[in-house]
Design a protein around this ligand. Structure first.
Ligand SMILES: [Zn+2]
Length: 75
């Protein structure tokens, strides 16, 4: 393989991290988080978390604050 072919691509490696924030309610509605409330998944739902047409999700301020704190802590 020639040097020209070796330089044809640049390797870029990124990380995507998913985390559960310990909030009282879900991210976009006021429904309690099932794991925190001890209830089974998919039992605490509303039109917003079911993605029904015409609903207006609102961001959970507690989750936003926790996410920003985590981002700042992790730089
Ligand atoms: Zn909901």
């Amino acid at each position: 393989m020639s040097d020209e072919k070796n330089n044809a691509y640049e390797v870029v490696i990124g990380l995507e991290v998913h985390a559960h924030l310990w909030t009282k309610s879900k991210m976009f509605c006021a429904c309690p988080r099932p794991r925190r409330s001890g209830l089974k998944p998919n039992t605490q739902t509303c039109p917003v978390c079911l993605g029904m047409p015409g609903v207006l999700p609102l961001i959970n301020e507690e989750a936003l604050t926790a996410a920003l704190e985590a981002a700042l802590a992790l730089k």
